[in-house]
Design a binder for this molecule. Structure first.
Ligand code: PLP
Length: 360
């Protein structure tokens, strides 16, 4: 018997996801390139050309300026980009005998670094945060040594939307001869419209994660890994005997051309004005929600990037979930709301109305 067509969820009540509704141009481009494989660029030439444009677009965002030079590729997401950044740094630090090699990252680093350390056999040294959830520079300085292959800074942390002191962390990495990676997977498409120092233009950043499938409004899967120098990607390359292209630096083999084409179409449509408008709207929404929650007596972590965390009692959190709101909690238990482009003021008003009803 024919089953009813399954429907994807609507974004109406999705408040904690870092994915969003793709831009219509990006959706259409992704569909057109669905059956192409940028992992085999000598066969799928047009998508390979598009990938060069995607990297140029991402590099432009990461340099805050006109077309910039960077190596890189469209990954399956932030996880792959972070794993590859660790792998590249490990390989450049002293080969794959990882016993002595460590990576120093703030406690706010995404759990993809835990996966990277496990898969790659490097030690992950997680250092504490300061009182405002940013990497504690002194703690990072105390954790590095000559076995440090990579220092990680986060520009837009997953739980609190914080931006680490990137130039200071870059200086520490440089001092011990380590690589420096910035994870701007979520923040990368918002940060160009703020005055934070986070990018290739601000510090000696070697590699950077910046995901079109988050704030970039591209369809999943489209992450981004950028490298200031080709050598960072060369350190990832393996020979590919049966392909006409001779080597491959990506972690996955066959990849979806949909991610590449979607990323290019989204950036063509939205950079810079569309992204600026989305970032400004999101910042206003986050400030509005933070004020509304604070007025009701909740302890709120003031938003830096458009992400609000607030101490909401467990029972109220559960009632919000029961009312259909897709919200989640930080590791410390706060409710977190990520003001993605699909999160409108009227959705937030309805959310606060529901919260008021639950509190009565
Ligand atoms: N880095 C940061 C800062 C993130 O917030 C996330 C996911 O939310 C990731 C990396 C992992 O990205 P993905 O889920 O696309 O693999």
């Amino acid at each position: 018997m024919r089953q009813p067509e399954p429907e994807p969820q609507s974004f109406d009540r999705v408040l904690s996801s870092m994915c969003t509704e793709p831009h219509p141009d990006a959706r259409a481009a992704a569909e057109r390139f669905l059956a192409t494989n940028p992992g085999d660029p000598a066969t799928y030439e047009s998508v390979a050309e598009l990938e060069a444009r995607a990297v140029e677009g991402l590099a432009t965002l990461a340099a805050h300026s006109a077309p910039a030079d960077a190596a890189g590729y469209v990954t399956s997401g932030g996880t792959e980009a972070n794993v590859q950044a660790v792998r590249s740094a490990r390989n450049r630090h002293g080969g794959s005998d990882g016993n002595e090699v460590n990576v120093v990252a703030p406690a706010s680093a995404h759990f993809s670094f835990t996966k990277a350390a496990e898969v790659l056999g490097v030690e992950l040294r997680t250092v504490p945060l300061d009182d405002d959830f940013r990497a504690d520079v002194d703690a990072v300085a105390a954790a590095v040594n000559d076995g440090t292959a990579l220092v990680v800074g986060v520009a837009g942390s997953t739980e609190y939307g914080r931006v680490d002191p990137i130039p200071e962390l870059a200086a520490i990495a440089e001092e011990v001869g380590a690589g420096f990676h910035v994870d701007a997977a979520w923040g990368g498409f918002v940060l160009p419209f703020t005055d934070h120092a986070w990018s290739f233009a601000d510090a000696a950043v070697d590699t950077l994660t910046i995901d079109p499938h988050k704030y970039g409004q591209a369809p999943v899967p489209a992450g981004g890994l950028l490298a200031r120098e080709d050598a960072a990607l060369d350190a990832l390359a393996v020979d590919t005997p049966y392909l006409e292209s001779r080597s491959q630096a990506t972690l996955t083999g066959t990849r979806s051309g949909a991610g590449v084409a979607g990323a290019v179409a989204a950036m063509d449509a939205l950079w810079p004005d569309g992204y600026r408008e989305a970032a400004e709207r999101a910042a206003d929404n986050a400030d509005w929600l933070a004020d509304e929650l604070a007025e009701r007596g909740y302890r709120v972590v003031e938003p830096e990037l458009p992400l609000v965390a607030a101490d909401v009692p467990e029972s109220e959190f559960e009632s919000l979930r029961d009312a259909g709101w897709k919200v989640s909690r930080t590791g410390a238990g706060e409710l977190r709301v990520v003001c993605m482009p699909h999160v409108t003021r009227s959705a937030l008003r309805a959310f606060v109305d529901d919260l008021d009803r639950i509190r009565r």
